[in-house]
Design a protein around this ligand. Structure first.
Ligand code: ADP
Ligand code: MG
Length: 478
C-alpha cells in the first residue's frame, strides 16, 4: 500500500436553513406528511414562475465570505435536465458556469498538531429534488415532493485530500462552519448535510490524477471514512491484479461495509445545461457583501485564537473545543459561571465527558450532564468538598441521572472529610494495626508512606482529604 497515494475530493450538499423554498413560498420544515409542502412551483406546473429567495442568496454569501472566497457579482441559474420520478419539472435549477461562490479555502486539522489547507473550487445554489420512498408500499414506489425546491448549497472541494482521515477532517470542518454560520442545521440523518466522495489512487510521485469513482449514499462521518478506505483498497487491488479503474458512481452499503457500482460514465446523463430563462441573473453589490461580512458571528478560527490568547489553552485543545459548535457552546456555558475554573473545565469536557459521549454514541447537545452540572462538579473539587477521585464517581452518577453534583454528594454521603480530628482517629487506627510497616518507615523506607495513605483512604471510603492525610501521617510516623 505504501507505493500508493490516494486522492480525494468532496462534494457536500448543505440544505440551507431558510423558512421557505428557494423558488417558492412553500415551507421547508422537516417531517410533515408527504406532499403537504409542495406548491405549484415545486410541482413544476405549467404557467408558474420561480421567484428567488433572497435569504438563500445571503446564506450562500455568508459561506463564501467565511472561506475567503471570491463572491461572484453576477451569477446565473441554469437548468440541469434529467428524468427521474422525484423531479417533476424534468430539470433541476442549479448553477453551472457562473456559481455564486468562487475559489476559497479552509484549514483543517486531521490530527494533533497537524494543519492542512484544503482548496474549495466553488459553491453554488440549487434546488433539492423530492424523495422516492421504496419501503412503504409493496411492489410500488411512493414519491414525496416535500423536499422538492429546498435550497441547497453544493460545496465542491479541490482534490486536495490524501487520506480518508483528511477527508473526514475536512467534512467535519465544513459541517462545523455551516452550523456556526447558522445556514444549515447539519442533521446528517435527516439528509440536511450530505457528502459525496470522489476517490482515486496513483503511484507515489506521479503527477497525473488517477481515474476516480464517486461514492454516494454516505450519511455519517464514520461511514465516510469507511467508504473511502474500502474504495482505496478496492482500486489498489484492482490495479495490482492488472485491471483498471473505470469512472463511475458507486453506492456505499453500510451494512456490508462496501461500495458497489451504480452507474458508469458511459451511462451518465448528458445534462444539457442552459441558462434558465425564467430567472434573472443574480447581481450582488459590494454593499451587500460588506453588510453580510459585518453580520458574521465569531467563526471557529477566531474563537480558537481567542481561547489560545485569553484562556491560554493549547492549540490542540482550542481546536478540539471549537471544532464543533455545540462543544464550544457547551464549554462557554460552563465558563460563564466559573471563568476561573477554565483549565479544569477543559479537562473534564475533553476528557471524561468526551469519553462518555463517545462510548454512548451521543452528541454533546444530547449529553445527560448539562453545563451547569459540570460546572458545579468542578467547583466542588475546587472548594475541597470532594476529591478528584470521588469526582469521577459523582460524574458517573450524574451521567446515570442521579441529579446534580450536590444531589449526588448529599445522597451518597461523599463529602470529603476535612476535619483533622476525624482524620487523626483514622490514622491512629491504621498505625496501630500495622506495626511492621511503622518499623519499616522508621528504618528509612519512605515508600511505605504510600501504603499508609492508601489504607487511610480505604478506611475513609475515599473521602479523607488526601493532602491532610499525607501531612498528618508524616507527622505521626516520625
Ligand atoms: P463532476 O461534476 O462530474 O462530479 P467535478 O470535476 O466537478 O466533476 O469534480 C467533482 C469532485 O471530484 C471535486 O471535488 C474534485 O475535487 C473531485 N475530483 C476530480 N478529479 C478527481 C480525481 N481524479 N480523484 C479524486 N477526486 C477528484
Ligand atoms: Mg459530481
Amino acid at each position: 500500500m505504501s507505493d500508493w497515494e490516494s486522492v480525494i475530493g468532496l462534494e457536500i450538499h448543505a440544505q440551507l436553513a431558510t423558512v421557505s423554498k428557494i423558488f417558492s413560498g412553500a415551507s421547508t420544515a422537516f417531517g410533515a406528511d408527504p406532499n403537504t409542502q409542495a406548491c405549484a412551483v415545486d410541482l413544476g406546473m405549467p404557467g408558474v414562475l420561480p421567484v428567488l429567495n433572497r435569504e438563500a442568496v445571503s446564506m450562500a454569501i455568508r459561506f463564501g465570505v467565511a472561506i475567503d472566497a471570491e463572491i461572484d457579482r453576477h451569477s446565473v441559474f441554469a437548468r440541469k435536465n434529467y428524468f427521474y420520478p422525484d423531479l417533476p419539472k424534468g430539470y433541476q435549477i442549479s448553477q453551472f458556469e457562473l456559481p455564486i461562490v468562487g475559489k476559497g479555502h479552509i484549514s483543517v486539522s486531521p490530527g494533533e498538531g497537524e494543519h492542512k489547507e484544503i482548496g474549495i473550487t466553488r459553491a453554488h445554489l440549487e434546488e433539492d429534488a423530492g424523495k422516492s420512498i421504496h419501503d412503504q408500499f409493496p411492489e410500488q414506489t411512493g414519491i414525496d415532493l416535500n423536499r422538492a425546491g429546498t435550497p441547497l448549497l453544493e460545496i465542491v472541494s479541490e482534490p486536495d485530500m490524501r487520506s480518508a482521515k483528511e477527508a473526514v477532517a475536512y467534512a467535519r470542518k465544513i459541517h462545523s462552519l455551516v452550523r456556526y454560520l447558522e445556514i444549515c442545521d447539519g442533521n446528517m440523518q435527516e439528509g440536511s448535510f450530505r457528502c459525496d466522495a470522489n476517490v482515486s489512487v496513483r503511484r507515489k510521485g506521479e503527477q497525473e490524477l488517477g481515474t476516480r469513482a464517486e461514492l454516494k449514499n454516505i450519511n455519517s462521518f464514520r461511514f465516510l471514512e469507511r467508504a473511502i478506505n474500502f474504495e482505496i483498497e478496492r482500486q489498489i487491488d484492482l490495479i495490482d491484479d492488472g485491471g483498471r479503474v473505470v469512472q463511475e458512481t458507486r453506492l456505499y452499503d453500510a451494512e456490508r461495509d462496501e461500495t458497489r457500482s451504480m452507474r458508469s460514465k458511459e451511462e451518465a446523463n448528458d445534462y444539457r445545461y442552459f441558462p434558465d430563462p425564467d430567472l434573472l441573473p443574480v447581481t450582488v453589490s459590494d454593499e451587500d457583501i460588506a453588510q453580510i461580512r459585518a453580520g458574521l458571528p465569531e467563526l471557529p478560527e477566531q474563537k480558537k485564537q481567542r481561547y489560545i490568547d485569553e484562556l491560554k489553552l493549547s492549540d490542540y485543545n482550542a481546536e478540539l473545543l471549537t471544532g464543533n459548535r455545540d462543544t464550544a457552546l457547551f464549554f462557554e456555558a460552563t465558563l460563564a459561571e466559573s471563568p476561573e475554573l477554565s483549565a479544569q473545565l477543559v479537562n473534564w469536557i475533553l476528557g471524561d465527558l468526551a469519553g462518555a459521549l463517545n462510548k454512548a454514541g451521543l452528541e454533546i447537545s444530547d449529553s445527560p450532564i448539562k453545563p451547569t452540572m459540570l460546572t458545579q462538579l468542578v467547583a466542588r473539587i475546587a472548594d475541597n468538598t470532594i476529591s478528584g477521585k470521588i469526582a469521577k464517581e459523582v460524574f458517573d452518577a450524574m451521567w446515570q441521572g442521579e441529579g446534580s453534583a450536590d444531589d449526588v454528594i448529599e445522597a451518597r454521603g461523599l463529602k470529603q472529610i476535612t476535619d483533622s480530628g476525624a482524620i487523626e482517629t483514622l490514622i491512629d487506627e491504621v498505625i496501630a494495626a500495622n506495626p511492621e510497616q511503622v518499623e519499616q518507615f522508621r528504618a528509612g523506607k519512605e515508600k511505605v508512606l504510600g501504603f499508609f495513605v492508601g489504607q487511610v483512604m480505604k478506611q475513609s471510603q475515599g473521602k479523607a482529604n488526601p493532602g491532610q492525610v499525607n501531612a498528618i501521617l508524616r507527622d505521626k510516623l516520625k
